[in-house]
Design a protein around this ligand. Sequence first.
Ligand code: KIV
Length: 260
Amino acid sequence: MYLPQLLARAEKGEKLSVLTCYDASFARLLVDNGIDVLLVGDSLGMTVQGHDTTLPVTLENMIYHTEAVARGATNKAFVVADLPFGSYQKSPEQAFDAAARLMAAGANMVKLEGGSIMIDSVGFLSQRGIPVCSHLGLLPQSVNLTGFRAQARDARAATQLLQDASNLEQAGAQMLVLESIPSVLAEEVTQHLGIPTIGIGAGPHCNGQVLVLQDLLGLTPKPPRFAKNFMQDTGNLAAAIQAYVNAVKAGEFPAPEHSF
Ligand code: KIV
């Protein structure tokens, strides 16, 4: 699927359902059960490789998993691949070289973490044919600075995040992940921007929701507070994924107890 088809869904007011995905069999399952976007997240460093953070994930790892997911998705879902830590922060040129390899591996868009500091890179990529998803709020690649904690909880940080979101959109970002920020701030950003916002731990008002697949399947020993185990009530993989898609599309996930 290409970007215009995805954006058309969001423009119609349809909430976008997004799940992380790291291999071909899950890609097939997710596509067959109605997921709009497969995110080859660098969370694979934690879910697949067993690390404590995403930092050890390499570009080669991301290429390998993106190729597998793209084969399974057979163009029926939109594939977003994360630029891993150290593959893009140095310069727009470095970001382009890494992003081009992910696009060649089958991604339809790349995602990169960061606000104002990433504006030049977002512009550089989007002007050269690479759709970009930005990522604000809790930035797992900056965990050594922030810890895994909710972000933008005071007025100054909230104003900065809103400004960053607007600048990234102007630079050419076509989608924005908002992670672990107050629901009211995510709502304000969503109202302010013309591009879709995808929330994770950011309340119900975003244009779409993303979850880590292992959290949804109840496989994470200590899941984040905002996650929901959809296997509990359904008991099988296909039904769990369908329940997630239905809950996102109906605006029923996240419920208030999964937001702050
Ligand atoms: O890597 C990932 O899974 C992500 C999501 C948490 C948005 O970036």
